[in-house]
Design a binder for this molecule. Structure first.
Ligand SMILES: NC(=O)c1ccc[n+]([C@@H]2O[C@H](COP(=O)([O-])OP(=O)(O)OC[C@H]3O[C@@H](n4cnc5c(N)ncnc54)[C@H](OP(=O)(O)O)[C@@H]3O)[C@@H](O)[C@H]2O)c1
Length: 323
């Protein structure tokens, strides 16, 4: 089969297409039609993610496709359209082998390409907003990195989970258009976002901040929270891991909340399937629009992952593996 391999930890430029054997073992075998690309893939190509597989390895954490075979007691069977998580490698290939508890039936109204782009981010954001962020009906949500994978997912999900307003933070006007298309109520530029948010909210601030970026904007995010607001720590694409002066939490009764979706799934059996059941209902009913990813052919996987690393990606990035 064709697969995208990392053979040395030199970044996305060193990713290569290879002809390798199909995976064998117990589990669900899926003919992959599309595979998601996410920021952790870029980190994996440099050995900078918390999980560090030894090269050579096949990249790819999430897929959509058709089940070729499944164990008798699995909840899916041959012919089912599915999405699945590899946790965290093996997805950018024509065939993937997945644990049955990480494979989910894809609603008929969602394409393979949209499906490959929704699992990783939507499950994380659903967990972040509903469990860790305790989002309440009518609240306002500020979203950093709003034209990225986690960002566009937060813009799609927050209103469905009760938010009455979403304020997107992006670095360029071009990315503002992506955030608007993903459903943002308002869009502001990263430069000077604190003052813009203050003005938009009449000085009150926002109830929840979704933060996959971290870095030097963190303190201004804390300053943008209304009393009893929650800042959800999701990632550090900005590079620097911020520190919190805890007097800020006391002064304004605000929370900084960690969101480790993978760690939660690993320690809470059944959490993934519960999260998926909730998402699946929202997708099938049409309440939650599927993502509209930027699609690259499999042979351009290196460029796709590089666009995440060099900050040029506009929306969720997905690879078309077969037609
Ligand atoms: N905690 C969890 O459970 C969990 C789960 C999934 C993902 N994550 C993490 O969430 C983060 C976002 O992932 P993603 O797939 O959404 O990434 P993405 O699609 O690349 O989006 C990240 C956004 O970060 C912003 N950014 C700011 N500084 C950047 C820089 N120096 N380089 C690149 N981007 C920069 C960019 O927006 P602007 O240009 O508009 O600023 C970009 O759109 C990653 O750190 C990932 O590991 C965490």
């Amino acid at each position: 089969m064709r697969a995208i391999r990392v053979t040395r930890l030199d970044g996305p430029g060193a990713m290569e297409m290879a002809e390798i054997d199909e995976p064998v073992g117990d589990g669900v075998v899926v003919d992959v039609y599309a595979a998601g690309a996410a920021f952790p893939d870029a980190l994996l190509t440099r050995g900078r993610y918390q999980y560090r597989p030894e090269p050579p390895f096949v990249l790819g954490a999430e897929i959509a496709g058709v089940v070729r075979s499944a164990p008798e007691d699995a909840h899916v069977r041959a012919g089912d359209r599915v999405v699945g998580l590899t946790m965290l490698t093996g997805g950018m290939a024509e065939v993937a082998l997945l644990s049955p508890d990480r494979v989910f039936k894809l609603p008929d109204n969602v394409s393979f390409e949209a499906g490959a782009g929704l699992l990783f981010n939507d499950l994380t954001v659903y967990f972040a907003l509903s469990v860790r962020g305790r989002l309440q009906r009518g609240e306002t949500v500020l979203v950093h990195g709003a034209a990225g994978g986690i960002g566009t997912s937060a813009l799609r999900l927050a209103p469905v989970l009760g938010a009455s307003r979403t304020i997107a933070v992006v670095s360029t006007e071009e990315k503002a258009a992506i955030a608007t298309a993903a459903g943002a109520t308002d869009v502001v530029l990263a430069e000077g976002f604190k003052d813009a948010v203050k003005e938009l909210t009449g000085g009150r601030g926002v109830d929840v901040v979704v933060d996959p970026v971290g870095g030097d904007r963190f303190t201004d995010s804390l300053r943008s929270l209304a009393p009893a607001g929650r800042l959800l720590v999701i990632g550090f694409t900005g590079g620097e891991i911020p520190t919190v002066k805890v007097n800020r939490l006391l002064l304004n009764n605000i929370d900084v909340v960690g969101v480790g979706w993978g760690a939660w799934a690993g320690t809470h059996p059944g959490a993934l399937s519960e999260q998926w059941a909730a998402l699946e209902r929202l997708l099938s009913s049409g309440e939650l629009p599927p993502p509209e990813p930027v699609v690259y052919p499999l042979e351009r996987a290196g460029a796709a992952v590089a666009s995440l690393e060099n900050r040029t990606a506009k929306g969720k990035v997905v690879l078309r593996v077969r037609d």
